[in-house]
Design a protein around this ligand. Structure first.
Ligand SMILES: [Zn+2]
Length: 452
């Protein structure tokens, strides 16, 4: 029989967080389950995290894309199933503005560019609608249509292995009757599995507090999510995590989490809510303000704009590094830009930072008396020093400059896992071999039959 699945279809969707069951990834799995008999999936569902600095973002600003091959005669049916499923799970909520976008065939360059902008910038709904109208086969949205932004961005961000870094996340889902109850699994089994597979998994444990991070808080259907480099290892790890409630389903996603993808396209432009990457010269000694946040003024090297630079309380020990900065130190700052009305100025909210150079600092003191060795005092402007002990005066003596030993060293500093945003590349992922491909493993998703 000839292969009739001759058309590639991309389905992007976003801002469905307040759906019944409350999670965009859950909608993805539901659509996969319904479409599976009719289509061939050619990629894992992609979970794309966009610019984390957008204040009106959905939780974690994550959007989804499904990529599949389908017989062109049933494309309309597939579109209908996807939209119907979204509507089935939709719950009336003024704060949820779901969007779903369908693209046939090759993804146009304009949509790829749009995706890069969505990682670092603020995008208007009107701009998005123009592109959707022009390039999308079908689209569907509810409310103010904000969900179209992430939906389109997820389609354009293909995480092509030859140019983009990517990771995997395996999410397990709870039975509906358990949602809202305390999540019941053995934390020790997570710690054990994490250390067993440490070279290929990340951010499952917070290294600083030893807290297990795999379970979300709140009443969404996710039991836990585990992150790593290899889908087969994630399946193994899932089997080794002891749970005391039954898992109803699971799915492996391919994602830009843990890749710093937003910083790849970020600049040192100072624009509200932008992702920022740029060299900053320290202008003052950092201070700790109410709430435990650490803040200092600096100047951006590329444009000489003065900004506040802040490390927030949740970044814990990362603040200790920032506190050690002194004037004239140079850092490569990675973070987000926020305009502060009350100061009429911009703050760079740090997500990580590289200390590029540590300035020489000196302690300046009056010289010691050449005849009695006591500390001298100034004899007035340009009049040198005098000794109060023996009366010796010397016009030519200068202040003693002694170097201060700096406790700060150059290098990369990243807050602990529990305060990292999804996109941040953790230490464990540095120096990994580059993945040059991906393939769909057997059992990349599963919905377990309901017990009779
Ligand atoms: Zn003296």
């Amino acid at each position: 029989m000839p292969d009739l699945k001759n058309t590639t279809l991309h389905i992007g969707f976003d801002d469905t967080d307040s759906l019944k069951g409350g999670c965009t990834t859950f909608l993805a799995l539901r659509i996969i389950e319904l479409l599976d008999p009719h289509v061939d999936f050619i990629d894992y569902p992609r979970l794309i995290r966009n610019n984390p600095n957008i204040p009106w973002k959905t939780r974690g600003n994550g959007a989804l894309c499904l990529t599949l091959r389908v017989n062109d005669e049933i494309v309309e049916k597939v579109v209908r199933i996807a939209i119907e499923t979204l509507n089935e799970l939709l719950e009336e909520d003024p704060n949820t503005n779901p969007g779903m976008v369908f693209v046939l065939g090759e993804v146009p360059e304009e949509i790829k560019q749009f995706s890069r902008k969505a990682l670092t910038d603020v995008i208007l709904i009107s701009t998005t609608k123009d592109i959707v109208e022009k390039f999308c086969f079908k689209h569907y949205s509810v409310g103010n249509s904000r969900g179209l932004i992430g939906a389109l961005a997820a389609i354009g961000n293909s995480l092509n292995p030859t140019s983009e870094d990517f990771t995997y996340e395996l999410l397990t889902y709870r039975k509906p009757e358990n949602v809202g109850e305390k999540r019941d699994f053995n934390e020790k089994s997570v710690v054990k599995a994490d250390s067993k597979y440490s070279a290929e998994v990340f951010n499952n444990i917070d290294e600083e507090s030893k807290k297990v991070l795999i379970a979300p808080a709140g009443p969404d259907p996710v039991l836990y999510g585990i992150r790593g480099e290899n889908p087969l290892i994630l399946l193994k790890m899932m089997e080794e995590i002891e749970v005391y409630e039954s898992i109803s389903s699971y799915c492996i996603f391919r994602t830009n989490q843990g890749t710093d993808q937003h910083f790849k396209f970020a600049s040192s432009e100072v624009k509200n809510y932008n992702a920022f990457k740029g060299e900053i010269r320290t202008l003052e000694k950092p201070r700790t303000i109410l709430g435990g946040h650490v803040i200092f003024q600096g100047e951006i090297a590329s444009n000489e704009i003065k900004v506040d630079v802040a490390a927030f309380e949740p970044s814990k020990s990362f603040r200790n590094t920032i506190r050690k900065l002194l004037p004239e130190d140079i850092i490569l700052a990675y973070g987000g830009v926020k305009y502060k009305e009350e100061f009429q100025g911009f703050t760079i909210q740090l997500e990580k930072c590289e200390i590029l150079s540590v300035s020489e600092q000196f302690k300046e003191e009056s010289p010691l008396c050449p005849s009695c060795s006591k500390r001298m005092i100034s004899n007035g402007l340009n009049k040198g020093y005098k000794c109060r002990n023996c009366g010796h005066k010397d016009r030519d003596l200068r202040k003693n400059k002694t170097p201060i030993e700096r406790t700060l060293s150059t290098g990369l500093f990243i807050p602990p896992a529990q305060s990292q945003r999804h996109l941040i590349k953790p230490f464990r992922r540095y120096n990994l071999p580059q993945k040059d491909s991906y393939f769909l493993i057997d059992n990349w998703w599963k919905v377990f039959p309901k017990a009779k």
